[in-house]
Structure formats: structure tokens, C-alpha cells
Ligand binder design. Structure first.
Ligand code: GLC
Length: 522
């Protein structure tokens, strides 16, 4: 469990149980020793299985024989989206196998889920103070953040500046991307009158990297629509430093590079010591968790004195790349994947995350139109265009308070330039959105369950962040209900929103980096 000795809390995970996954709820029994570990935090909100009206997609009710026939077709084309408990148990188990394969020296090379070592061993003690800079690259926006830590206070002050990353930048030469980031940093420092002194910086870089130390990380491959040339296989910190060095006015020490999930975990653990898992459900999806050092065969270099655990960045988005999710994938998943920038890659991510759910829904809507069960078979121009149905529409449509309230969905129809839509059409559209988002929630819930079972503490907090998680009105509840069904009865868990881990986590990582360095032994 997470030791919380005094204020100097180290992520030392004293593992007392078996590391072998033994299945889900029914089979998994954490070692009895876990059950006698004391827990320092009192107000722990245990998750209960919640089944409510919004937990399952709801088919429209037909008002005439034509609609009854259309509903039968709709049921057929969406039938594969409904996952059974048997599916979820299978996925939970396979995910755990994949994470373990990533950890193993002999299996890592062929593993889909790489389980990268982050070299983050410690969470801050709360005594850190000072101003730190953070850079955050990982989705459609890039941010520069100034974080102020105050000793003894567990809240942080932040100032941030957000810049949209254009398609051109995402696909252009790597050097341009790094120079863009450095340019934003220079501008930010000027705006906040920060030039003239040295700053320590944490870099949240939310792509798969193989780290060799806290400030060295090679990009294995781009995800989420980025494809900059000259970066894959390179150390991203070196590229950043090279760009920073072009600007003599900057005096920056890059202390740490981390993934957004690790930032989320750190930022959450700063406030809640039982946090051992960080999850992002945003443009992409991924998870980090605290692992026992004894299970980490690919740790490079000297092991820091006294550190029993380390954070692992699973990169679980790649789960399913070699077919283990094919049992649940639909023709729409396959079509969307073939037309993506990275066919055959990030299979789990494509079933779950914000970059893909809208597009997937669009494929089903277009097919439903072709089958004559939507909009009287009339093709819709904007819906025919790739990217024409952004994921935010799913959240907006499902936020209408009942299935016969059409406020938001009518607004979406307006934006899509669809002028003729019956109530039945609107219910069909909502149903399709529900099928896609419920499956995503359940799949994410199964993934979280596998990590909770793996961490195997009596109580664990899961830090959650990401636009999809924050903005979808029912995803969180659906996900919790799936997770609860799959987690061992002996384990209590809670999922909490841990906002802006990418900023706070990066600054906290930079703050502890120096302290951590001193712990290394030759
Ligand atoms: C993608 C990235 C991963 C990131 C996740 C969430 O899966 O590969 O590194 O954590 O998106 O942003």
C-alpha cells in the first residue's frame, strides 16, 4: 500500500499479495495482509454500483408499423455495441495480461501495452515552495503554465496560457512544433514579467515515450493525429532543449518529462494519499498506476535508495492492436480505423476516446440514413464529411434531461444544417449516441477495474481527468457501475476528478526531481 510516513510521502508500494491476476470479482481475493493496513484518510467515498435510467441505451418507442420496422433494423445494426458482463470480464482480464506483458523483459518487445517506466517514485511532501513552469502538449491545445507552490498548503496557484495547435503544426516538421512551443513560452514569460531569472520546468508530453530517466524520453510513435517528422525515436527533452537554446533570453532547466496520466496521478495523490491510479479520458485515453519495483524488469540505471515503487505509464490505448478486442469491434470500428492516420493502432483508444467517438457515431448515422431509418433516407451534406460529427455533440445530445426533451439535439441538428427531423429521428440519433458512449464507458470501466485489482489495496483512489470524462453527462456513472461489477468485493475504490494534472503534476514533478536525484545510489 501507499506508505504515508510523516510528511515525506514516498510512493512506496509494499506489495504483500500475489501479482498474478486471478480473474474478476468472484475469483480475486487480495491477500489478507492488505486488509490490516491502516488508511490515513477518513472521508473515503466508496463507490456503489449505480444503475439508473441513463445506464443503458434506450430504444425509441415506435408509433406506427413503419417505425417498428425501422427500430428492428436499428437494433440489428447496433446489437454488437451492447457488452455483456462476460465481455467485460474478458476485457478486464486481457488488459491485466497485457499490462503484465509490457512489464516483463522477455515479453515487452511484442506487447501491445508497453507499461513504460516513468522514473517517478515520489509524490511531493507538501513542503515544496516556489514558482515552476510547466509545458503541456498532448491534444488540440498546447499550454504554458506557471505554478506556484506554497509550503504547507496543498493547493496551488496557477496562471496558464492556451494555444491551439493547428493541423499544419501537428503534421509538419518536428522542429517547427518545438519552436512553436518555445515561442509560446517566451511570450508567456514576457507577459508575466518572468524573464531575468532561472526557472525549473516540467514537461507534460502526452504521447508514448520510452523513458530512460526522469528527464529523458524517446517518443516511440505519435498518436492522436500528430505526425511530426523527425521526432519518433528521438529524446523529446533534447529536442525541447535544442529549441530553448535558440533563445538566449531563456534560462530554463528541464527537470522532468511526464505523461498526462502520470501528472493526473501525482496531482491527485498530492491531495489524496490513497491515489494510485491516474486515468485520462480525453482526446485519447490512457492510465498510469503505482507498481512494485520488484515487478519492473525494464528499469534502467541505478535504483533510487529506499524506493519500493514507481509509476508505470501503461499506454493502454494500444490494447487490442493484435486482435484481442476484435470480438467486440463492429464494421464501423473497422471502417473508421482503416480511414484513420494510424490504421490498426490504438485500438482500445479508438473505442473509447474523444478523438474517435464522434466520428464513429457519424459512420453509424450515415449507415442508418442509407438504410432509410433516419431522415427519410435523405443524405445530409455536413454529416457526410469526415469529422462532421464532433464528440462534443454526443455529450450535448445526451445532456437533454429526458429522452423526449429535444432542446440540445435540435441545436445540434441546426448546426448540422438538418432542417427536417421528426421526433423519431431525434430519438434514433440519441440512441446511436448512447450505444457508442455506453460501450466506451463500460470498456474504460473494465480497464480501470483491471488496474484496481492489480494494485490490490484495500482502498484506492483513482484520479480522473480529460474532456470526455468532464463533459459527458453520464459516462462517469456508467463507468463506475462497470468497474464496481469487476472489482473484487474486498476492495473499496473511489474515482475523483483530478483537474489539470498536466499543469500541477508537471510542476510537482519538477519540484521533487532534484530531491529524487539525491536518492540515487551508484
Ligand atoms: C494517447 C497517448 C497517451 C496519452 C493519452 C491521453 O493515448 O498516446 O500518451 O496519455 O492519449 O492523452
Amino acid at each position: 500500500m501507499l506508505k504515508t510516513e510523516g510528511r515525506n510521502r514516498s510512493l512506496s508500494f509494499t506489495y504483500t499479495g500475489s501479482s498474478t491476476h486471478m480473474g474478476s470479482k468472484i475469483l480475486r481475493q487480495p491477500d489478507a495482509e492488505h486488509l490490516i493496513q491502516p488508511f490515513p484518510i477518513k472521508e473515503f467515498k466508496e463507490e456503489n454500483e449505480e444503475v439508473d435510467d441513463f445506464a443503458l441505451p434506450c430504444l425509441p418507442s415506435p408509433t406506427n408499423p413503419k417505425e417498428a420496422k425501422q427500430i428492428r433494423i436499428l437494433e440489428q445494426i447496433t446489437s454488437k455495441f451492447h457488452l455483456t458482463d462476460a465481455h467485460l470480464m474478458h476485457i478486464e482480464k486481457r488488459m491485466l495480461d497485457e499490462v503484465n506483458r509490457g512489464l516483463g523483459k522477455a515479453t515487452n518487445r511484442t506487447a501491445n501495452v508497453k507499461s513504460f517506466v516513468t522514473y517517478v517514485h515520489e509524490i511531493p511532501s507538501g513542503r515544496e515552495s516556489g514558482q515552476y513552469l510547466a509545458l503541456d502538449l498532448g491534444g488540440t491545445n498546447f499550454r504554458v503554465i506557471l505554478v506556484e507552490l506554497e509550503a504547507g498548503s496543498r493547493s496551488v496557484k496557477m496562471k496558464a496560457c492556451k494555444h491551439e495547435v493547428s493541423q499544419k503544426l501537428m503534421l509538419g516538421p518536428g522542429e517547427d512544433l518545438f519552436d512553436f512551443m518555445t515561442g509560446c513560452l517566451v511570450e508567456f514569460m514576457k507577459d508575466h514579467d518572468l524573464h531575468g531569472r532561472k526557472y525549473h520546468l516540467g514537461f507534460t508530453f502526452s504521447f508514448p515515450t520510452r523513458q530512460r530517466q526522469l528527464d529523458r524520453a524517446e517518443l516511440t510513435h505519435w498518436t492522436k493525429g500528430y505526425k511530426n517528422a523527425g521526432v519518433e525515436g528521438q529524446d523529446v527533452v533534447t529536442l525541447l532543449k535544442r529549441s530553448i537554446n535558440k533563445r538566449p533570453e531563456l534560462d530554463i532547466q528541464v527537470e522532468a518529462i511526464l505523461n498526462d496520466t502520470t501528472g493526473c496521478l501525482l496531482a491527485c495523490a498530492y491531495k489524496r494519499p490513497e491515489c494510485a491510479i491516474g486515468i485520462i479520458l480525453g482526446t485519447g485515453t490512457n492510465a498510469s498506476y503505482v507498481e512494485d519495483m520488484n515487478h519492473v524488469e525494464l528499469y534502467e540505471g541505478p535504483r533510487p535508495r529506499g524506493c519500493k515503487s514507481v509509476v508505470i505509464n501503461t499506454e493502454w490505448g494500444a490494447f487490442g492492436n493484435t486482435g484481442s478486442l476484435d470480438i467486440i469491434r463492429t464494421r464501423y470500428d473497422h471502417d473508421m480505423d482503416s480511414n484513420s492516420l494510424n490504421p490498426g493502432k490504438q485500438v482500445y483508444e479508438k473505442l473509447i476516446s474523444g478523438m474517435y467517438l464522434g466520428e464513429l457515431t457519424r459512420y453509424i448515422l450515415v449507415h442508418a440514413i442509407e438504410l432509410g431509418i433516419l431522415f427519410d433516407g435523405e443524405a445530409q451534406t455536413l454529416l457526410s464529411v469526415p469529422g462532421g460529427f464532433p464528440t462534443k455533440y454526443i455529450s450535448e445530445i445526451e445532456a437533454d434531461p429526458t429522452r423526449s426533451t429535444f432542446t440540445n439535439i435540435k441545436q445540434v441538428m441546426l448546426e448540422l444544417d438538418i432542417s427536417v427531423a421528426t421526433d423519431f429521428d431525434l430519438q434514433v440519433v440519441r440512441y446511436i449516441c448512447e450505444c457508442v458512449s455506453t460501450r466506451a464507458a463500460y470498456l474504460a470501466g473494465a480497464g480501470v477495474a483491471s488496474l484496481i485489482n492489480k494494485v490490490a489495496r484495500r482502498r484506492v483512489t483513482v484520479g480522473m481527468d480529460g474532456s470526455l470524462y468532464k463533459f459527458h453527462p453520464h459516462l462517469d456513472r456508467r463507468m463506475r457501475s462497470a468497474t464496481r461489477r469487476l472489482v473484487s468485493d474486498c476492495i473499496q475504490f473511489e474515482m475523483v476528478l483530478s483537474e489539470d494534472g498536466s499543469g500541477r503534476g508537471a510542476a510537482l514533478a519538477a519540484a521533487v526531481a532534484e530531491k529524487q536525484r539525491k536518492k540515487f545510489i551508484d
